[in-house]
Design a binder for this molecule. Structure first.
Ligand code: GLV
Ligand code: GLV
Length: 322
């Protein structure tokens, strides 16, 4: 019998079909990642693991699982996995693209508006009993409508984000490794080189996957080139950003504000310096977190696992294993 490990608790109703073809073990925690030791120990005899983005699937891990055929990550991003090494070992890696595109773009767009209009700060003021009455510039923020947005990463999520921006009358610039002429035609977006993108945009939005090329891309130099009233939004990965540089840029008004759904090290403690900055909004990595979409992501992981176990091609592999 094939053996499957799921590294976080998912609802039992997803497991019925999988249990027909495999022994399924599940780490019985919803909130906390599997400790490394337990992850290594419990993966040793597995043919398939369904992992979370908080699990580090590195060489040590891959070398310690001789029977492993597939790692299926409950996320579209897979920077937590050494994909090339897995490919060398003939281990297929799968992710959950497409099913989360609209939900993630929606969160990104919401975060942009929420940051621009100071929604979190304003609601906190009311909650703290500090609302003393109406005044002309009370919690006055910055318009989104009609502004220029620069999207870094024009994959599926970047495109879905751009579609929302066109509804707000925004000028949409994008930067991507390669041009997307189809997106240019369909969405009316304009390619810009990176320097132009960051210099011209009122909103700079990172939706790119994290790679060695994009790691620490947003640093002091980049924030300095942004407009002094620019707002930086990150729904990609925290690793794209040099966080001290971002903090410095916001504190010193080199940019106006930032909205972050992702951080370099997650979670953060309540004494993290970002949390003392009213102009930095931090969300707990909830880009794809609607119930419908999380259901669809889990189902896709389960389906991928079943295909692998049945000796068929999985639905959404990210690497070529031969
Ligand atoms: C979430 O960040 C994902 O990659 O799906
Ligand atoms: C990246 O995750 C994208 O699809 O834009």
């Amino acid at each position: 019998m094939n053996k499957v490990l799921i590294t976080r608790e998912v609802p039992e109703r997803f497991l019925t079909d999988l249990k027909q073809v495999a022994d399924v073990e599940m780490y019985p925690e919803q909130q906390k990642p599997m400790p490394r030791e337990a992850l290594l120990a419990q993966s040793k005899d597995k043919t398939v693991v369904i992992t979370m983005l908080s699990d580090q699937i590195d060489k040590e891990y891959l070398d310690s699982c001789p029977d492993l055929k597939a790692v299926i990550n409950l996320a579209v991003g897979y920077d937590n996995i050494d994909v090339d090494y897995a490919a060398q070992k003939g281990i297929v890696i799968c992710n959950t693209p497409d099913v989360l595109t609209e939900t993630t773009a929606e969160l990104g767009f919401t975060l942009m508006v929420v940051t621009a209009r100071r929604i979190i700060e304003a609601a906190a003021m009311v909650q703290d009993g500090e609302w003393t009455g109406w005044s002309p510039y009370l919690m006055a923020g910055k318009d989104v409508y009609g502004k220029t947005v620069g999207i870094y990463g024009m994959g599926a999520i970047g495109q879905a984000f751009a579609r929302r921006c066109t509804g707000f009358g925004m000028t949409v610039l994008y930067h991507n490794r390669s041009r997307h002429e189809q997106a240019e035609h369909e969405l009316g977006v304009t390619y810009a080189d990176f320097d132009e993108l960051i210099a011209r945009s009122d909103y700079v939005v990172c939706t790119a996957p994290l790679t060695e090329e994009t790691r620490n891309k947003f640093d002091q130099q980049v924030f300095k080139q942004m407009k002094s009233d620019a707002i930086f939004i990150n729904i990609g990965r925290g690793g794209h950003v040099v966080e001290e540089d971002l903090l410095h840029a916001v504190k010193n008004q080199e940019i106006l504000a930032a909205g972050l759904d992702v951080l370099a090290a997650e979670p953060i403690d309540s004494d993290h310096p970002f949390l003392n900055e009213p102009n930095i909004v931090v969300l707990p990595h909830i880009g794809s977190a609607s119930v419908e979409t999380r259901d669809a992501m889990i189902q896709l992981c389960i389906d991928n696992a079943r295909y692998v176990i049945n000796g068929e091609h999985p639905l959404t592999p990210v690497n070529k294993t031969r």
